[in-house]
Design a protein around this ligand. Structure first.
Ligand SMILES: Cc1cc2nc3c(=O)[nH]c(=O)nc-3n(C[C@H](O)[C@H](O)[C@H](O)COP(=O)(O)O)c2cc1C
Length: 258
C-alpha cells in the first residue's frame, strides 16, 4: 500500500498481485493435472507401474517347460485324495512339476488368448503368483515371480527364503521343510477399479479358485500341500520384497509327503 496514493503505482501493484494469484492458480491446476494423468495411467495400465518395479527387482528369467494336459489320476481321485499335509521330505522337485503347478494356478489355457486356468471377475486377473524355492533340481534357491503370458519365472531374490517365510507364517516351521512354497498376492485395485467395494469379495473368491487348482494339481503329481492363511501380512510382504500394492493372501508349501 506504500504507493497506493500514486494512481499509476497503485495500478501496477494491483496488476502484480493479480499476476501472482494467477501464477498460483496455474501451478495448482498443473499439479492436479499431473496427479490425474499419472493416477489415470496407473489405473488404466497397471502393468506400467508393475513393469517398472519388476524391472528393478528382476535378476534373471527362466523359461518353463510346457504343461501336460493329461495326468496319471482322474479329477475325482485327486478330489478324494486331497488332504492338508504338513510333513514334508527333504527332496527336490523338478522344474516340470513346478511348471505344472504354476500353470494349473494361473497358466494361460486359451488358444492364442489370455484367459487363465482359474476364473476371474471381468477377466481382470488381480492375482500374482510367487514361488519360494528351497529345492528344485533345475533352479537356484530364491524367490521367483510367475508370468502367465509367456510361462516364465523371474528370479527376484536369491537364497533360501522358506525359513523367513515360515517365521512370517506365525512360526509354522513345517513350511520351511517343504521344497517350495507358492505365495499368492493380490493387487485389489485391478478389480475394485471396475467393481468398487464388491471387487474385494471377487478377489477373495478368485483366490479360492486358484488355491483349489493348486491343491488338486499337487495331488495329481503325487505331492502334498496345505493352504496357509495364518501369517503376518506385513512380514510376508517385507521378507519377500513384494511390490508396493501387492497384498499376500495365501501361502501353499509343496513337497513330497513323508
Ligand atoms: C483359508 C484357510 C486358511 C488355512 N490356514 C491354515 C494355516 O494357517 N495353517 C494350517 O496348518 N492349516 C491351515 N488351513 C488348513 C485347514 O486347517 C484344513 O483345510 C482343515 O483342517 C481341513 O482339513 P483338510 O484340508 O485335510 O481337508 C487353512 C485352510 C483354509 C481354507
Amino acid at each position: 500500500m506504500l504507493f497506493s496514493w500514486i494512481p499509476t503505482a497503485s495500478f501496477l501493484f494491483w496488476n502484480r498481485k493479480r499476476f501472482f494469484v494467477r501464477m498460483r492458480i496455474e501451478a495448482i491446476v498443473a499439479d492436479i493435472m499431473t496427479v490425474v494423468l499419472v493416477g489415470g495411467t496407473i489405473l488404466l495400465f497397471p502393468e506400467f507401474s508393475l513393469k517398472q518395479t519388476e524391472a528393478a527387482n528382476k535378476i534373471k528369467t527362466i523359461k518353463l517347460p510346457p504343461p501336460m494336459v493329461k495326468g496319471k489320476i482322474s479329477l475325482e481321485e485327486a478330489i478324494k485324495k486331497r488332504r492338508s499335509e504338513r510333513d514334508f521330505q527333504d527332496r527336490a522337485l523338478t522344474l516340470r512339476q513346478v511348471s505344472q503347478i504354476l500353470w494349473a494356478a494361473q497358466g494361460i489355457t486359451e488358444e492364442k488368448g489370455f484367459k487363465r486356468a482359474a476364473p476371474s471377475a471381468g477377466a481382470l486377473y488381480p492375482l500374482e503368483l510367487y514361488l519360494v524355492v528351497k529345492k528344485v533340481k533345475e533352479l537356484e534357491a530364491g524367490v521367483y515371480h510367475y508370468h502367465p503370458a509367456n510361462h516364465t519365472l523371474d528370479l527376484t531374490l536369491r537364497g533360501n527364503y522358506q525359513t523367513p517365510l515360515a517365521e512370517a507364517c506365525l512360526g509354522q516351521m513345517f513350511i520351511a521343510e517343504a521344497s517350495v512354497s507358492l505365495v499368492i498376492a493380490a493387487e485389489y485395485e485391478r478389480t475394485t477399479a471396475k467393481y468398487g467395494k464388491r471387487g474385494l469379495r471377487y478377489v477373495h473368491i478368485e483366490m479360492g479358485h486358484v488355491g483349489e487348482n493348486i491343491c488338486l494339481q499337487v495331488v495329481a503329481l503325487g505331492l502334498g500341500t496345505v493352504t496357509i492363511g495364518a501369517f503376518w501380512d506385513e512380514e510376508v510382504f517385507h521378507r519377500l520384497s513384494l511390490p508396493k500394492n501387492y497384498k499376500p493372501l495365501y501361502v501353499l508349501p509343496v513337497g513330497y509327503v513323508k
